[in-house]
Design a protein around this ligand. Structure first.
Ligand code: FAD
Ligand code: AMP
Length: 480
């Protein structure tokens, strides 16, 4: 008999969720995690809780409050004489939030009887898992099923080797102890924009260098146009078509780095006090598998899986950032649940078409389903409904009225095909549409639903009504 029904390697949002769901379903489950704290205690929660979603949002929230107090209170008649920022205190608060949450996972493991095994896991042949602890001692466990959930790490590029002081990755950018005067960010992706926003709000001059000419090409272009305008107004100097090709750390007493980049006009140089390299993440599949496991890894390092996260080897699954699809915590968690249920004998699946994605700038950008560009490319006829937050009573009351809700619905069936939002609380608003889309809602269904007043979600209601020319609080492009 095997030691465990299930062994999960990695306790990020994909792995820890899989482990908890598996024990809920009566499976004897262990979760191997290599992350430890200063006192050698295992740390659960992976990238998301420790150096990803949660700490970045803690800093985004703190810096947003600072920006509001600095510039936005006046309009409410609130007089603030001098707003200051204590960066070490802000960072310490972020760490407190992280600790509370990672400790929470340890508590959930105890409550659900997930056996935490501290060390680095490696899959061997025949669903054996070798674990090397922090003193180098090796143990081997057997399992009927193994779930690989080792996650991802930041990509490093040769022109900007990290020195973890001046040139840092996203993890280092969550640790600055003072506001850099001039900050360079390489990559105008989700993480670059979020981290650039944090430090710009606190007073850094931020230059974002993006190799590609298009801004956020995966997002609906009507939304990105608005985003670029707003971010530029906020002080982010976003330079598209600017490929970083070199860097030189300053020597002697001078601090900082000179970055060389190439754009359509030729080579250019910029000096920065700090540089954040945010050029994407890669799956952490190296050293995860012995040579003879039979599990396939593709040329980009992703473990090859089917729609149910099964590898080609029976009983071996892989989930989260380690496999294809968007590198998002909630996508990995849902995969973890699905796999645990499949192992327990249930018929489980996941709707990959409806994984929402969010950029937590201010305003937030949130999207689900198809963009207008995708619908055009696929030759699908559609109707569009757009509602600007400038016409939302609640947004105006909050003095937070930049942005819009855009809804796309099939021209023949009225079924909602996509929703794209830039605006206050976009993540939560888009989620209401995800639920509707999961139930194959039409725009009319959403239009016929009663929404609270005054609330930001009324913008979703009005965008749905606008799809068929029935919006009340804006002039419709077509009347019916
Ligand atoms: P991870 O979270 O990377 O966890 C993998 C775990 O496995 C780690 O704990 C690691 O130590 C452990 N591990 C690896 N190899 C081994 C081994 N051999 N043995 C034992 N343990 C091992 N996503 C969102 O959805 N929303 C956001 O707002 C968001 N913000 C982000 C902000 C930043 C700055 C970053 C960097 C990422 C952000 N992400 C966000 C992405 C999100 O963090 C990842 O998609 C998510 O953490 C992936 O989950 P995972 O469980 O697959 O892997
Ligand atoms: P994401 O994959 O969303 O995290 O975004 C990473 C971004 O970094 C992409 O938009 C890339 O085009 C960009 N990028 C990658 N390498 C470079 C480089 N050398 N210079 C500037 N931008 C880069």
């Amino acid at each position: 008999m095997a030691d465990f029904d299930v062994i999960v390697i990695g306790a990020g949002p994909a792995g820890y969720v899989a482990a908890i769901r598996a024990t809920q379903l009566g499976l004897k489950t262990a979760c191997v995690e290599k992350w430890i704290d200063a006192s050698n205690k295992p740390v659960y929660g992976g990238t998301c809780l420790n150096v990803g979603c949660i700490p970045s949002k803690a800093l985004l929230d703190s810096s947003h409050k600072f920006a509001e107090a600095s510039h936005d209170f006046d309009v409410h008649g609130i007089k603030v004489s001098k707003v200051g920022i204590d960066v070490p205190a802000m960072i310490a608060r972020k760490e407190k939030v992280v600790k509370q949450l990672t400790g929470g996972i340890a508590g959930l493991f105890r409550a659900n009887k997930v056996e935490g095994i501290s060390g680095t896991g490696k899959l061997l042949k025949d669903k054996q898992v070798e674990v090397t602890d922090h003193e180098g001692k090796t143990s081997v466990y057997s399992a009927d099923n193994v779930i690989l959930a080792a996650g991802s790490v930041p990509i490093e590029i040769p022109p900007t080797p990290l020195d973890h002081n001046v040139i840092v990755d996203s993890t280092g950018a969550l640790e600055f102890q003072e506001v850099p005067k001039r900050l360079g960010v390489i990559g105008a992706g989700v993480i670059g924009l979020e981290l650039g926003s944090v430090w710009a709000r606190l007073g850094a001059e931020v230059v974002v260098l993006e190799a590609v000419d298009a801004f956020l090409p995966m997002i609906d272009q009507q939304i990105t146009k608005e985003a670029k305008k707003i971010f530029t107004k906020q002080g982010l100097d976003i330079r598209l078509g600017a490929k970083v090709i070199g860097s030189a750390l300053k020597k002697g007493k001078a601090k900082g780095v000179t970055v060389t980049y190439k754009d359509s006009e030729g080579e250019k140089k910029e000096d920065f006090d700090k540089l954040i390299v945010c050029v994407g993440r890669r799956p952490l599949s190296d050293k995860l598998l012995a040579d003879d496991t039979g599990v396939e890894i593709n040329e980009r390092g992703f473990v090859t899986v089917d729609d149910h996260c099964a590898t080609g080897v029976p009983g071996v699954y892989a989930v989260g950032d380690l496999v294809r699809g968007p590198m998002l915590a909630h996508k990995g968690s849902e995969e973890g649940v699905m796999v645990a249920e499949i192992i327990a004998g249930q018929k489980a699946s996941m709707n990959y078409d409806l994984v929402p994605s969010v950029i937590y700038t201010h305003p937030e950008i949130a999207a689900v389903g198809k963009t207008e560009e995708q619908l055009k490319a696929e030759g699908i006829e559609y109707n569009t409904g757009v509602f600007p937050f400038a016409a939302s009573g609640r947004a105006l009351a909050a003095n937070d009225s930049d942005g819009m809700v855009k809804m796309l619905a099939d021209a023949k069936t009225d079924r909602v095909l996509g929703c794209h939002i830039i605006g206050p609380s976009a993540a939560d608003l888009a989620q209401t549409v995800v639920v509707a889309m999961e139930f194959s809602s039409s725009a009319e269904d959403i239009g016929m639903t009663v929404f609270s007043h005054p609330a930001l979600c009324e913008a979703v209601h009005e965008a749905a009504l606008a799809v068929n020319g029935h919006a009340i609080h804006i002039a419709n492009r077509k009347k019916r």
